[in-house]
Design a protein around this ligand. Structure first.
Ligand SMILES: *Cc1c(COP(=O)(O)O)cnc(C)c1O
Length: 406
């Protein structure tokens, strides 16, 4: 089950010698996963509340997902978008069922989904300017946002650690203050084509848009003929207890970016575009070699099947509230270390009073894997099928880590 120690040493050495050093990785090598658990190469078990950064929505190696991917791998894996395949059509239908009337484009990652949204904004701007290019192209984003590492998304990500070294950026991005509608309204001018926000900022530190703010953005977009683009790459696909995190606000965006949880571990991204803008992408306007392969779509369909059949939205909603209440007790009991606990469902952030790295390390030593985020935030992102026992264990481990440093 576990590789011999010679393999363990080799993994560290291979990374050291051959893997690009753009990550400061902890000295942990993971070799196996089942449900909410993963094991390292020394045989230690961890409760994985990173879920691969909100990706492994069903936990690791869910039997329905594994069977669907194995079956499809033996049937048809890839043919490119020169051809139709049944599962891409079916997955698009299922996503339209969640998002509303419109159309879906498949890609392979959140970054790609965000690029597609930003290209959609450009096309909308051209239409708005009566067919003239370069007149209407500005996009208003939010401070502390994260929209991926590609040039468009990076330019929409106003964080020095993301943009440093890569200027000049794509022009036309300006930024308002999250939940301050006036700060967005003040930025609108004739050159504005769209507004993009994460319904709940993830990497920026679990900062939710209030329902009033989302409704205000919708009205602002309607008033000025702008597209409302919602980045649900992290907070979507059930993570907060509703399929999309914007649902409680009762708004309908013009387009949605998805990825992470959609494949349950298989790389897939998607955008849904509402009817108003769905005709903007005409043949040749955008494309992808890999996007929406039969194998990726089989994985996506398996995720939706399990979310529906195992009632995982209900699981997240029902277990999320009492879990959050327990986690908030930690903030109350250790105010010297925890400033605030916030979030919804299984998308939770602990704002610490200092650096997160020592906490991430201490939690891992206690058997809990958590993900860092901006603003000194430690994220807990359990799989959507986490059990009451696993959630309780996470509270116990977090409490012990806080008590040890008290
Ligand atoms: C992770 C993330 C992205 C980028 O997705 P990748 O798959 O890493 O390219 C974009 N937007 C949000 C909100 C994300 O959380």
């Amino acid at each position: 089950m576990n590789p011999p120690s010679v393999v363990r040493t080799a993994t560290a050495e291979l990374y050291d010698a051959h893997v690009l050093k753009n990550y400061a990785r902890p000295a942990l090598t993971l070799v196996r996963g089942r449900g909410a658990q993963v094991w390292d190469d020394a045989g230690n078990a961890y409760l994985d509340f990173t879920s691969g950064i909100a990706v492994s929505a069903l936990g690791h190696c869910h039997p329905h997902w594994v069977a669907a991917v194995q079956r499809q791998a033996a049937e048809l894996i890839h043919v490119s978008n020169l051809f139709r395949t049944p599962l891409q059509g079916e997955l698009a239908r299922r996503l339209v069922g969640y998002a509303g009337p419109g159309r879906v484009f498949f890609c392979n990652s959140g970054g790609e989904a965000d690029e597609a949204l930003l290209k959609l904004a450009r096309l909308h701007g051209v239409r708005k300017a009566g067919g003239e290019e370069g007149k209407c192209f500005k996009v208003i984003g939010a401070k502390k946002a994260f929209h991926g590492r590609m040039f468009g998304g990076m330019s929409a990500t106003p964080q020095e650690k993301v943009q440093k070294g890569f200027r000049p950026l794509v022009p036309g991005f300006v930024f308002g203050e999250l939940n301050n509608l006036q700060s967005f309204a003040d930025l609108v001018d004739d050159a504005t084509a769209a507004i993009i926000v994460e319904s709940i900022q993830g990497d920026g530190g679990i900062n939710p848009c209030t329902p009033e703010f989302l409704r205000g953005l919708r009205a602002l977009c309607d008033q000025h003929n702008l597209l409302l683009l919602l980045d649900e790459v992290q907070c979507g696909i059930g993570r907060t207890g509703t399929f999309y995190a914007f649902e409680p606000a009762g708004v309908r965006p013009d387009a949605i970016a998805m990825a992470k949880g959609l494949g349950g571990g298989f790389p897939i991204g998607a955008i849904w575009v509402g009817e108003r803008a769905a005709d903007l992408f005409t043949p040749g306007a955008h494309g992808t070699t890999f996007g929406g392969t039969p194998l990726a779509c089989a994985a996506g369909l398996a995720v939706l099947d399990v979310i529906e059949n195992e009632r995982l939205l209900e699981n997240v909603t029902r277990l999320g509230a009492p879990w959050l209440a327990e986690l908030k007790k930690l903030a109350a009991d250790f105010p010297a270390h925890v400033r605030e606990v916030r979030g919804r469902g299984f998308h939770i952030g602990f704002e610490m009073t200092g650096e997160t790295t020592p906490w991430i390390t201490a939690l891992a030593e206690g058997g809990l894997l958590a993900a860092p985020a901006g603003g000194n935030v430690v994220r807990l992102l359990p799989p959507l099928n986490a059990t009451p026992g696993e959630l309780a264990k996470s509270v116990e481990i977090f409490r012990a880590a806080l008590a040890a440093k008290a």
